[in-house]
Design a protein around this ligand. Structure first.
Ligand code: FMN
Length: 330
């Protein structure tokens, strides 16, 4: 049933799943007997931004959910996931999970959102009744979201996000790593393959040029002059947005959290909402704790990530940078 051709077809959809910094760390190997091995390309880890590997594992989880949705379209399903902790094989490849595929799958309507979902980093238009009913349509009670709709509270969270973001930006290794994954010019040979393109970050050309300088050689001087925080501020991006706190059970394997994370994002897309994670809010313990306490994330749950979401002010442009399917099969 599962052969190279089918795997290529599936991965054309799976590769559209989100991944932290668009590093696309997930690789796949056919094992025979309708089994697959999910592997991590450890050369694509983010030691500065994601030292524990949490967000990379969350990204594997999103890819796994993408596989489940792609299988469902074909009447197939994931029958079993066995996490593995084996030593790296052939250099950079680390086995993550063995997956058994079986018949008996069903089409899930979220599969139709896979090609529509993007990380929206542009502006939002005023919510109005359309936005309110889109939010009301989100399955918050059955899923994992606490919504913060009150504009002053959103502004406060935007400030918290700036503080958290700036805290990380002050770390030289963090900035250098971020710049390594930014594709600020179309002449970058990886512009359409991976990382964060100027287009995806909604940066006009001049801003992209400025970003290279602000995050690069000018940062220490701008910091001394007290200008760096203002230049790095993303508060404007929260205008007309609401905030969704994404939480999952304490102690859950991020592979499972990543599956739910992708489903929550696809559910937002299905409502016509555009969204973007603001990971720094969850990554910095002090902001994570504040959000959990202030917005009553239920006991026994942990704040995994935070979304900024709303009605997009314009239509998304451009394609999505992705690795060719052939490179994902190892
Ligand atoms: C675990 C995780 C954390 C992420 N954190 C952020 C973030 O803090 N800021 C951001 O702009 N995008 C974030 N993203 C979005 C990725 O950058 C995005 O998925 C990737 O660039 C691919 O683009 P796409 O989502 O438009 O397909 C995150 C994605 C994942 C899976």
């Amino acid at each position: 049933m599962l052969d190279r051709l089918l795997l290529e077809e599936l991965l054309a959809e799976v590769r559209l799943a989100p991944s932290v910094h668009n590093v696309q760390p997930t690789r796949w190997r056919l094992l025979g007997d309708d089994r697959l091995l999910l592997l991590e390309d450890v050369s694509r880890r983010l030691p500065a931004a994601d030292p524990s590997g949490h967000d990379v594992r969350l990204s594997h989880g999103a890819a796994l959910e993408g596989l489940s949705l792609a299988l469902g379209r074909r009447g197939l399903r994931i029958a079993e996931i066995e996490p593995v902790t084996e030593a790296a094989i052939s250099g950079d490849l680390l086995p993550v999970a063995r997956i058994a595929i079986a018949t008996g799958g069903a089409f899930d309507p979220l599969a139709d959102q896979v090609s529509e979902r993007i990380s929206w980093r542009g502006g939002f238009r005023a919510f109005g009744p359309a936005g309110e009913s889109a939010l009301d349509g989100l399955p918050t009670s059955s899923t994992d979201l606490v919504l913060v709709r009150d504009p002053p509270a959103v502004t406060q969270i935007a400030q918290l996000a700036d503080e958290a973001g700036f805290h990380f930006l002050c770390d030289d290794a963090h900035r250098a790593e971020l710049l390594r994954w930014m594709r600020l010019s179309r002449s970058d040979p990886s512009y359409e393959r991976d990382g964060l393109s100027a287009e995806a970050m909604a940066m006009p050309g001049m801003v992209a040029l400025g970003t290279r300088l602000v995050l690069g050689p000018l940062f220490p001087l701008l910091h001394r002059l007290g200008l760096a925080a203002t230049l790095a501020s993303e508060q404007g991006k929260f205008a007309n947005s609401v905030v969704a706190l994404f939480h999952r059970p304490d102690g859950e394997d991020p592979l499972a959290s990543g599956r739910a994370f992708y489903r929550a994002w696809l559910a937002m897309t299905a409502q016509g909402l555009a969204a973007c994670p603001v990971s720094v809010l969850a990554d910095r313990p002090v902001s994570n704790r504040q959000l959990v306490e202030r917005y009553r994330v239920p006991m026994g749950r942990r704040l995994v990530n935070v979304f900024r979401l709303g009605l997009p002010a314009s239509s998304p442009q451009g394609g999505r940078a992705r690795l060719p399917v052939a490179e994902l099969i190892v």
